[in-house]
Design a protein around this ligand. Structure first.
Ligand code: NDP
Length: 244
């Protein structure tokens, strides 16, 4: 299935590493103008070196006002990928308020905020658009030491549904992609230990973790017109984990 984003303008958050970086590069390859948003400048520098057409924006998305300022001149956006997130693992009884606030600020509040900024423009232009929130299998399945992360992703799934409901009349579709473990920097934090990894892969019918490309392909599908009637969907990319 050929997907072209020629003439489209995309914004990807958390585009410095992992899934977000691969998504930004894939969108550019498919002809989209891409704005890459992340907080580590060195990552943006290397991304622009790899793909000079990408427009970098450096901001810490946990800061509402800084985000507002950084994105005020971003221009029209047709495709948004809310990908930035943090995953700090703590046993439930040791969860700290700082960690709770930081996780919700990045994983939920920033996704809402960036989508507001982008969707206001989409609504004003009357041109519609597509938004993909990157959630997780952890939104629907309890994982040890992931209390806050699971809670943020559960909240993000519900945000996706309400956004789909409210933005649909403006032809703005909102869906989420919910991967199983992917061995990015984030994935390695929780799943590098082979015994722990086995405890997860043994619960995945396909018997393996997802590759970055598996997730990117689902994101591109949901951003594209190939999914023109798909709205409010929570799409697992989990080898069947959530089916069991
Ligand atoms: P990575 O940690 O590899 O990359 C995350 C990116 O987001 C980094 O570029 C990071 O920048 C950026 N980011 C984090 N916090 C902020 C912030 N406050 N402001 C701006 N940018 C920020 O993660 P993945 O690629 O693995 O994850 C991408 C998405 O996929 C996330 O939403 C994650 O929850 C989800 N996911 C990942 C899974 C996995 O196993 N990897 C499984 C299921 C879902 P910096 O490095 O500078 O902090």
């Amino acid at each position: 299935m050929e997907i072209s984003f020629s003439g489209k303008r995309a914004l990807v958050t958390g585009a410095g590493k992992g899934i977000g970086r691969a998504t930004a590069l894939a969108l550019a390859r498919c002809g989209s103008e891409v704005t890459a948003v992340t907080r580590t400048k060195a990552d943006l520098d290397s991304l622009v070196q790899e793909c000079p057409s990408i427009k970098p924006v450096c901001v810490d998305l946990s800061d509402w006002d800084a985000t507002e300022q950084a994105l005020k001149d971003v221009g029209p956006v047709d495709l948004l990928v809310n990908n930035a997130a943090c995953a700090k693992l703590q046993p439930f009884l040791e969860v700290t308020p700082d960690q709770f606030d930081m996780s919700f600020n990045v994983n939920v509040k920033a996704a809402l905020h960036v989508a507001q900024i982008v969707a206001r423009g989409m609504k004003a232009r009357g041109s519609g658009g597509s938004i993909v929130n990157i959630s997780s299998q952890a939104s629907q399945s309890a994982l040890r030491d992931h209390a806050v992360y699971c809670a943020t992703k559960g909240a993000l799934d519900m945000l996706t549904r309400v956004m789909a409901l409210e933005l649909g009349p403006y032809q703005i579709r909102v869906n989420s992609v919910n991967p199983t473990v992917v061995m990015t920097d984030m994935g390695k934090i929780g799943w590098s230990d082979p015994e722990k990894a086995k405890s997860m892969t043994s619960r995945i019918p396909l018997g393996k973790f997802a590759e970055v490309e598996d997730v990117v392909n689902s994101i591109l599908f949901l951003l594209s017109d190939k999914s023109a009637m798909t709205n409010g969907v929570i799409l697992p990319v989990d080898g069947g984990f959530l089916a069991c």
